[in-house]
Design a protein around this ligand. Structure first.
Ligand code: PLP
Length: 406
């Protein structure tokens, strides 16, 4: 496995090289459309989104909505910000779930969650500016910050804090140069969920810094366990005029390849984002937007089923990892990742991930690919069948029993 390009290279975009041996086929789910009857998950070699099986009904409806949209003639440009019906559906979904008032005129439809990240970091990043981001965290944050020439300032996400961010620590990192703070809960790669009291504290503290913008990545907002409830930052009025929300369809509806996401922009940033969209992509594929509308406005029971299934797999993963020699795994409260501590195995995280892939065919990602504080951990995705998860755990166990740390 070729090493990931170092995140510290200035002016470059980091690429995490999951495995160059994968082909497009490996990431393709052959969907049995239109009857939606059979998908053999075991046949899907390495797909992070095998949650697909749980939402087959949804997938069929979504595909049919896209086909209908094309047949109905929706194959021209749409407004750059997305079709009104979809923006209204997003606003109404947020109102239903979090009791927040969101105008459809603050919603912008994008090709996935990443464009919100890209644009907000581009808006605030420049040499001389500081941007705070979670570490370990989604690697694109740091990569984009460096791309703009801004200084990436890691917000430490610690195991001893259940992988939640600490409000005090975050506030203590703010300087006169700080332009933007990125937060992510539930989080990739740790599965950490930051409790409401900590979010309350952060928001109260931010009132002293009215010029600092916040980008809240809430893409896993449906995936919480053990009775945890998502804290949507739109609920905090004091920051609404500088809050950007990132969300989308990739996780909740397992619609990764459709490239569907949305941002909620505060008034003054909306027009900058719209201009970037016009210059960049004109609009998201029209039929895809109708598919997103079908996902969002149709029955939501498949989402709940999928999350319930993730919950079961989460328990299998955590118990299994905690039985392995030298590994200990905190119970993640959200997303579909576990972030076990591997320090007592004697292995460094990236060599361990590479050796497991090469020798045992188990795909994990080394913690350092998610930030400087990721050493000593690996990320395990449990968006895969329970049978595959059990098989992977067995293989990791065998590997650790037979191989000396490199
Ligand atoms: N934010 C986080 C925390 C993620 O984990 C991901 C995808 O893994 C994204 C954003 C990007 O989502 P999308 O595939 O919709 O661009």
């Amino acid at each position: 496995m070729a090493p990931a390009r170092e995140a510290s290279e200035e002016g470059t975009l980091t690429e995490i090289d999951l495995d160059p041996k994968f082909t497009d086929e490996d990431f393709t789910i052959k969907a049995p459309i239109p009857d939606g009857t059979e998908v053999n998950v075991e046949d899907v070699p390495r797909v992070e989104h095998v949650s697909y099986q749980w939402i087959q009904g949804k997938v069929v409806r979504v595909v049919e909505a896209a086909i209908k949209a094309l047949r109905d003639g929706h194959h021209g440009y749409t407004p750059a910000v997305g079709i009104l019906a979809l923006r209204e559906a997003v606003a109404s979904d947020l109102h239903k779930r979090f009791k927040v008032a969101v105008s459809p005129d603050s919603v912008m439809i994008f090709a996935g969650g990443k464009p919100t990240m890209f644009m907000s970091i581009l808006m605030f990043g420049e040499p001389g500016a500081d941007i705070l981001y979670p570490d370990p965290g989604f690697p694109i944050y740091r990569s984009m910050i460096e791309f703009t020439g801004a200084r990436p300032v890691p917000i430490p996400i610690r195991e001893e804090n259940n992988f939640a961010f600490s409000a005090d620590e975050t506030l203590s990192l703010i300087t006169p140069q700080t332009r933007l703070i990125i937060v992510n809960s539930p989080a990739n790669p740790t599965g950490g969920v930051t409790p409401k009291r900590e979010v309350d504290k952060l928001i109260a503290g931010l009132e002293a810094y009215p010029d600092v913008a916040i980008m809240s990545d809430e893409i896993y907002d449906h995936m919480l366990y053990d009775g945890e409830r998502h804290v949507c930052l739109l609920q905090y009025r004091s920051i609404r005029d500088r809050l950007i929300i990132l969300n989308g369809w990739s996780k909740t509806y397992a619609m990764t390849g459709w490239r569907m996401g949305y941002a909620i922009w505060p008034g003054k940033l909306y027009d900058y984002a719209r201009k970037l969209a016009v210059n960049l992509h004109s609009c998201v594929n029209a039929a895809t937007q109708y598919a997103g509308l079908a996902a969002l406005t149709g029955p939501q029971d498949e989402v709940a089923k999928m999350v319930a299934e993730f919950d079961k797999r989460r328990k299998v993963v955590v118990e299994g990892l905690n039985r392995l020699p030298g590994m200990s795994c905190a119970t993640p409260k959200g997303a579909f990742y576990a972030f076990p501590n591997i320090k007592r195995t004697g292995w460094k995280a990236k060599p361990l991930a590479s050796a497991l892939l090469e020798d045992s065919g188990v795909a994990l990602i080394g913690g350092p690919d998610f930030g400087v504080l990721g050493e000593g951990y690996v990320r395990v995705s449990y968006a895969n069948s329970t049978a595959n998860i059990v098989r992977a755990l067995d293989r990791i166990g065998e590997f650790l029993a037979n191989r000396k740390a490199a």
